[in-house]
Write a protein of this length. Structure first.
Length: 454
């Protein structure tokens, strides 16, 4: 195979594979629905990407069945013309997760899984390793601030850090050397049907860890009693477990803690992104880093320089007059943890939120939980649901969440195009924009408005 063709090339997970195959010297091309800054960057790096579905748009070299592998995302609809062309003509086709699975069989995979926290923790782990003598390759679910990319390459390293995605049971294709599981709050019930099936999927995933590897699980997860036997097992959390923190110091915009570890204790770890949820994420990343052989000094230095990931506690403005940040949180528990962390860092200030629900099915399944989490804000604006891959479901709108919000809070339903005028008109102190949809497209405009008001 000399040619790799991607259906959904601009997806955050797919684009890392695009970069991998470009670095390996393959001819790489593909389709995506819309042109974005990321797809433009991929084209600058050597990929050929187009944005209109149709067999006639596929470059001739990618129609050579003997020399072309087609990689596709589960989000590609069954009606997609190019997808059906490749299937009808008998091309070799693999899901993104299958390709990552092949890579984990060839290298030592350090895989981060969980309903939430996996992007930050995998990016932290990658930064720790890449900054050390160990080095690493990495396929991440977000653009790292340190490197400006979601893909890291280090041919001399046996390690690859991978964000392990449970959607569509994708992580069942992986064969990790070691895995971290941050959380297991029911999600993707359109795929799994029940919480029981969701938890069982995580249990099966742990059985795929290599015999000489390890499973590191956040303490208190519901499926822990189902963990497979015969592999090293560790627990971690902020205050207890095999890996945990002591002597936590929060103040002055800094968070510092001591790591207690069965491998080696590490004093005075300072978080480069000082939000309280990153204490848990940092402990998990340190655990994987120690399993890969990092020293205490390497961990201490790298954690302090970790810059974060786009759209994960991503500060755009941060001063005494105004704070603006973006957070990809799109599950009720993620939102709850995000708001609680913001309240801890900005105690005593008014916390406002804009939330764009992501998926009709997720809104249908968790609208009460969304309302409970968002009620931790002082005020909130709810936009229409971002559909992503889904068609509308009758009776499922943002109104479901709105009707269950705390009665005494300031709240409003709005269209996303009205948000800039709302931000302009309202007195904002700390504003967090929550969600995994396209509300992020307004962040530059929000930033300009709030900076002008200062």
């Amino acid at each position: 195979m000399q040619n790799i063709y991607f259906l959904g090339a601009g997806g955050i997970g797919m684009s890392a594979l695009v970069r991998y195959f470009l670095s390996q010297g393959y001819t790489v091309g593909g389709y995506d629905r819309v042109e974005t800054p990321l797809t433009k960057k991929l084209c600058e790096e050597g990929a050929t990407i187009h944005y209109e579905d149709g067999e006639q748009h596929i470059p001739a070299c990618f129609k050579d069945k003997a020399e072309t592998l087609v990689v596709y995302t589960p989000a590609i609809p069954a009606t997609h013309e190019e997808f059906n062309y490749f299937r009808r003509e008998g091309f070799e086709m693999k899901k993104r997760a299958e390709v990552l699975g092949i890579i984990t069989r060839q290298m030592k995979g350090l895989c981060c899984a969980g309903t939430h926290g996996k992007t930050t923790t995998s990016a932290m782990t990658a930064h720790l390793l890449h900054s050390s003598h160990v080095k690493c390759n990495a396929f991440l679910g977000g653009i790292t601030k340190n490197y400006g990319t979601n893909y890291l390459i280090a041919p001399e390293s046996p390690y690859v850090v991978i964000e392990a995605d449970e959607f569509d049971r994708s992580f069942h294709h992986l064969r990790p050397y070691a895995t971290l599981i941050t959380s297991a709050d029911a999600d993707h019930l359109d795929i799994y049907g029940t919480e029981e099936a969701y938890l069982e999927s995580f249990s099966h995933y742990t059985s795929l860890v290599q015999p000489d590897g390890a499973v590191v699980v956040h303490k208190g997860l519901k499926f822990q009693e189902r963990l497979q036997e015969g592999v090293r097992r560790y627990e971690y959390s902020r205050h207890e477990g095999d890996f945990h923190a002591e002597n936590i110091r929060i103040g002055g915009g800094r968070i510092i803690f001591d790591l207690v570890s069965p491998i080696e204790n590490v004093k005075d770890i300072e978080l480069g992104v000082p939000v309280s949820i990153n204490i848990d994420n940092g402990i998990g990343a340190c655990a994987l880093a120690q399993l890969a052989g990092l020293t205490a000094e390497e961990i201490r230095e790298a954690m302090k320089t970790y810059g974060g990931v786009d759209r994960r506690f991503d500060f755009k403005i941060k001063n005494d007059r105004c704070v603006l940040l973006s957070d990809y949180a799109h599950h009720p528990e993620e939102i709850r943890q995000s708001i609680l962390s913001i309240r801890e860092v900005f105690a005593g200030r008014k916390i406002s939120g804009i939330f764009q629900p992501h998926l009709f099915t997720r809104t249908r399944d968790f609208y009460k939980e969304f309302a409970e989490a968002l009620s931790l804000l002082d005020e909130v604006w709810l936009t229409e649901i971002y559909p992503a891959r889904e068609l509308p479901i009758e009776g499922v709108t943002s109104q479901l969440i709105f009707d269950h919000l705390r009665a005494d809070m300031k709240k409003s339903l709005c269209q996303k195009q009205d948000l800039p005028e709302i931000v302009k008109a309202e007195a904002m102190d700390v504003l967090v924009v929550l969600g995994a949809g396209d509300v992020e497209d307004y962040m530059k405009e929000f930033q300009a408005i709030l900076e002008h008001k200062q």
